[in-house]
Design a binder for this molecule. Structure first.
Ligand code: AVI
Length: 336
């Protein structure tokens, strides 16, 4: 009975971000749930575990590039200016340390403004990075950058008008997070970033590249089942927050390569014909056997696609780097 009283009333539940998304995604067909729902505490923990998996090359490949090239990247971005570094979706900011160290080697002191929805991840990153890197000042900005950066102007401070002439901004958008958005939305994010910059400022964009299909499929359907648990955790979250009765045993994790769209798709496939009830939304969800809930896209790019997107957003390419396998790309783009 306790759970009954803990749930918000119907109309209120549908207006919470989670309620609204579940109502939108599961009312019609095809069924979808947005990937931001993955990242509750357990989902964030599972994602960190994914980044350590042997099959999930993405994080390792990017770290390899940053470890080898951080000084070069920072040098290109700075020219003879001082760099101020911003990061979108900073989270625990583990790979970023390599770039911050390189910037500190150049200029002794660095201001790093980290933007993320999770205040606890930002607090943890501030404590860890400032303790480890003397000269670094971390300024956490708690915000959802997918809502646009314009309303951040106050937080981003002096906007564009109040810039020291010897200073340049470098935005970091690494980890191939750009790949989790459809292309028009990805372009919108890049344009939002461009609006925060002046000509000569820089954006470092990390993008996962098209490669052998089997390598891609294993990365999103690992042998230890961590990605499956990450995917199914979305149902655990909906059960907890909206009082639904999804039975995890009756769903299978699926990773598919969609060649035409150049993306890995993650789905939750219903193993039987079933009806799930979502109490807080007073919603019955009918799923046929084999029907799926599409939970994530992860686009894989070519150099031309990345550079085309950057060009349309108002950037020129200054330089690009790859890992030794050529699986991941780091693109330094200059605001023009
Ligand atoms: C966060 N993002 C870049 C990851 C990716 O590879 O698309 C999310 C992920 N989904 C399953 N594994 C990792």
């Amino acid at each position: 009975m306790q759970a009954l009283t803990a749930l918000p009333p119907l109309s209120e539940a549908a207006r919470t971000p989670v309620g609204a998304e579940v109502l939108r995604g599961l009312s019609g067909r095809p069924k979808t749930l947005s990937p931001w729902l993955f990242y509750d505490d357990e989902g964030s923990r599972l994602f960190e575990a994914i980044t350590e998996l042997p099959e999930y090359y993405v994080t390792r490949a990017e770290r390899e590039i940053l470890a080898a090239r951080a000084d070069e990247i920072v040098g290109f971005a700075a020219g003879d200016h001082r760099l101020e570094i911003y990061e979108l979706g900073a989270g625990a900011a583990t790979k970023t340390g390599l770039l911050l160290q390189a910037a500190l080697r150049r200029q002794g002191q660095v201001r790093y403004r980290a933007i993320d929805v999770s205040s606890s991840a930002l607090d943890e990153a501030k404590e860890r990075l400032e303790a480890k890197l003397p000269g670094l000042v971390v300024e956490p900005i708690v915000a959802d950058y997918t809502d646009g950066l314009v309303h951040l102007d106050g937080d981003l401070g002096d906007g564009l008008s109040f810039r020291r002439p010897d200073e340049r901004r470098m935005f970091l958008y690494i980890g191939s997070s750009i790949g989790n958005f459809d292309l028009p939305f990805a372009l919108r994010i890049l344009r939002d970033i461009r609006r925060q910059l002046l000509p000569g400022d820089a954006l470092l964009l990390g993008a996962d590249l098209v490669k052998d299909r089997q390598i891609l499929l294993s990365a999103y359907d690992d042998s230890a089942g961590v990605t499956a648990a990450f995917n199914k955790n979305v149902l655990v979250r909906v059960n907890r927050e909206l009082g639904s009765n999804f039975n995890l045993q009756l769903f299978r994790h699926r990773a598919r390569w969609n060649e035409e769209c150049s993306r890995i798709e993650m789905h939750l496939e219903s193993l039987i014909t079933q009806i799930v009830f979502i109490r807080a939304l007073d919603l019955q969800v009918r799923l046929g056997r084999g029907e799926t809930i599409h939970t994530e896209n992860s686009y894989k790019f070519t150099d031309e696609q990345v550079e085309g997107l950057l060009g349309r957003a108002g950037f020129g390419i200054a330089k690009r780097w790859k890992d030794k396998n050529g699986w991941f790309g780091e693109y330094l783009a200059e605001a023009v």
